[in-house]
Write a protein that binds this ligand. Structure first.
Ligand SMILES: C[S@@+](CC[C@H](N)C(=O)[O-])C[C@H]1O[C@@H](n2cnc3c(N)ncnc32)[C@H](O)[C@@H]1O
Length: 239
């Protein structure tokens, strides 16, 4: 099978704030076919039947951790290899990006990882109520314009969706180098009924929060440029 890969680029300024809505993706020949044929990708048409049934899909009772907006999948692929007793699902909106994660899996099989191409707006159709143990958001697109705030993955609108699919004792971890997005995410917690369990504005200098940290593609890139990485761990209040 042969894929012709396009290039993903982020506008001339390359600042992390501007990158969200400047993504341009060129066409990738054979992309949809490659994704459809992969045993690691759950086909979108079948997703509604999977909500509440991920234990059966993986064939075990292990906890379920998901990454929303996984990009090329470095983080979730590494996590799945390091934690074989956890089931992982990586979610990505664009086929052209998902394809990169699929290719990585074809080189190195990881039985406890599945990939889904879908928009996180429909996340409640992918997982059942209280089915997920942990949600990861890594370097989510900032959507800097106010009118696009609802599209930000740590917004209150998304937190409400996440609350429904999370187990009562579940939590959400968010990392970003974008201080404006992080401040916005913190402001969203109270109105959405969530609370922070842990918080840092400089993850790589925080020994405790760095324990077990797996770098994402963006984390590698932006920390190498000297940007401090912000992180919180949150959970819904009253659980
Ligand atoms: C800036 S990249 C970060 C990729 C990776 N998490 C990392 O840290 O290296 C954000 C990714 O989230 C995906 N994304 C943005 N909005 C999404 C949504 N509503 N549903 C699913 N994926 C989304 C984008 O397509 C992109 O691949």
């Amino acid at each position: 099978m042969r894929y012709i890969l396009g290039v993903m680029f982020y506008g001339a300024s390359a600042t992390s704030q501007a990158r969200g809505d400047k993504v341009r993706l060129r066409n990738i020949t054979g992309c949809r076919e490659a994704i459809a044929e992969s045993p690691y990708v759950v086909r979108e048409a079948l997703l509604s039947g999977y909500a509440g049934a991920w234990k059966e899909i993986f064939g075990n009772e292990n906890p379920l951790h998901i990454e929303i907006g996984m990009g090329k999948g470095k983080f979730i692929h590494t996590m799945a290899k390091e934690h074989p007793n956890v089931n992982y699902v990586g979610i990505e909106k664009y086929s052209s990006v998902l394809l990169r994660a699929v290719q990585k899996l074809e080189q190195e099989e990881v039985p406890n990882l599945k990939l889904v191409r879908t928009d996180a707006e429909g996340i409640e159709g992918v997982f059942g109520i209280g089915e997920v143990d942990k949600i990861y958001l890594n370097f989510s697109d900032p959507w800097p314009k106010d009118r696009h705030a609802k599209r930000r993955l740590p917004s209150r609108e998304f937190l409400n969706r996440y609350r429904r699919i999370l187990k009562p004792e579940g939590s959400l971890e968010f990392k970003t180098d974008n201080r404006e997005l992080f401040d916005f995410a913190l402001e969203e917690l109270e109105p959405a009924g969530w609370e922070a369990q842990a918080l840092t504005y400089d993850l790589h200098r925080d020994e405790q929060m760095m324990e077990g940290n797996v770098m994402t593609e963006y984390e590698e890139k932006f920390s190498a440029m000297g940007n401090p990485i912000c992180k919180y761990v949150i959970r819904p209040i009253g659980r």
